[in-house]
Design a protein around this ligand. Structure first.
Ligand code: FNR
Length: 351
């Protein structure tokens, strides 16, 4: 353990690593295949440098943004990640409390280990992440449950027609939750917990059907190709999340920051475009927003915070990012998210 709270998310990761079961550390930090894409996400940020403006009188900054009716404290949200009870006994309820206190949105994973109703009791705002299941009625029942709990958007993950091949987990034989923990939002009407099925048959027609059964805003998570971004607009979706699942699905997939500009161009301002993958510093948030993202999400750092200190640990992650973003904006001569343009960012060949 460190002397005093982590000064940055890398220190927090080291602290978490010392506390977690190595099998669970590998589940949280690992990715698919050679983990090229895991590394590429962070490396893409390392290739970007800032070209700050000066003398802009940025004494007053406003980091807040509005997304689908929620006004949040900063353009940083909590990405949906599975199995929070592996990191802390309170699981997703602790994460939700931290998000609520920090004034940002938590995206609840379909693979959460606490029921969405208990997570929502923290006060929200919450969005719900869905893997559409081949059983359409069951999928609809999960959507109804998320709506009833007060989730204000659906995040439909589309990068997972099959599970990525996670070699660290295979090596450990980590295939399922330990006894006593389960995916509480997969309970059906009989109380049985269903397995989450990845569905290689998922297609645009199924997304269109989902669009018909709910009035919630729908974001697609896991879009990297500009042609898919254009299709999402034509299918009447509400937002896009440029993501490669933190490098856990298609190894070799393009880093999200490298995919972002073409997606933003294809969308042409018709929908908000969010990004996740490798965001660890305020400067990363600034760069993603300058290149056209409306907001970013963080995945693994939230799990590290949870492992180190439960709700207070997650709060620490969000506070570090908020403070670092505020300082970075000030140093770059920027007053807030709306003031960001791509001329503030230069790309170099390697970090
Ligand atoms: C994830 N991610 C994820 N995504 C999703 O749509 N549903 C899920 O249940 C999960 N579960 C999950 C578990 C763990 C342990 C990780 C690390 C990630 C992907 C997640 O939402 C996000 O795309 C990435 O984590 C973002 O990258 P960073 O911030 O972890 O680099």
């Amino acid at each position: 353990a460190l002397d005093g709270p982590a000064l940055n998310l890398a220190e927090l990761a080291a602290d978490a690593r010392g506390r977690l079961d190595p099998v669970h550390w590998d589940f949280f930090s690992g990715g698919a295949g050679e983990e090229r894409t895991v590394r590429a996400n962070e490396a893409a940020f390392a290739r970007r440098y800032l070209v700050p403006r000066v003398l802009r009188g940025a004494a007053r900054r406003d980091l807040r943004v509005s997304l689908f009716g929620s006004r949040i404290s900063m353009p940083v949200l909590i990405a949906p990640t599975a199995f929070h009870r592996l990191a802390h006994p309170e699981g997703e309820v602790a994460t939700a409390r931290a998000a609520t206190e920090a004034g940002t949105i938590m995206v609840v994973s379909m693979a959460a280990t606490r029921p969405v109703e208990e997570i929502a009791a923290a006060g929200g705002p919450l969005w719900f992440q869905l893997y559409p299941q081949p059983d359409l009625d069951f999928t609809a029942s999960v959507v109804r449950r998320a709506e009833a709990a007060g989730c204000s958007a659906l995040v439909v993950t589309v990068d997972s027609p099959v599970f990525g091949r996670r070699e660290r987990d295979l090596r450990h034989g980590f295939v399922d939750l330990p006894a006593g923990l389960s995916c509480e939002n997969m309970r059906d009407a009989t109380g049985r917990v269903r397995d989450i099925e990845m569905d290689a048959g998922l297609d645009w027609a199924r997304i269109a059907r989902l669009r018909e059964i709910t009035a919630l805003p729908i974001l697609l998570k896991g879009v990297l190709h500009p042609a898919d971004a254009a299709l999402a607009v034509s299918y009447g979706l509400d937002g896009l999340l440029v993501s490669n699942h933190g490098g856990r699905q298609l190894d070799g997939a393009l880093a999200t920051l490298d995919a972002l500009p073409a997606v933003v161009e294809a969308v042409g301002g018709r929908l908000p475009v969010l990004l996740d993958g490798g965001v660890r510093r305020g400067a990363d948030v600034l760069v993603a927003l300058a290149l056209g993202a409306s907001a970013v999400l963080v995945g693994r750092p939230v799990l590290w915070g949870l492992a180190v200190g439960g709700a207070a640990g997650v709060r620490h992650v969000l506070d570090l990012l908020h403070a670092d973003l505020d300082r970075t904006l000030t140093l770059a001569g920027v007053t807030g998210p709306a003031d960001l343009r791509d001329d503030l960012v230069a790309t170099v060949a390697c970090g």
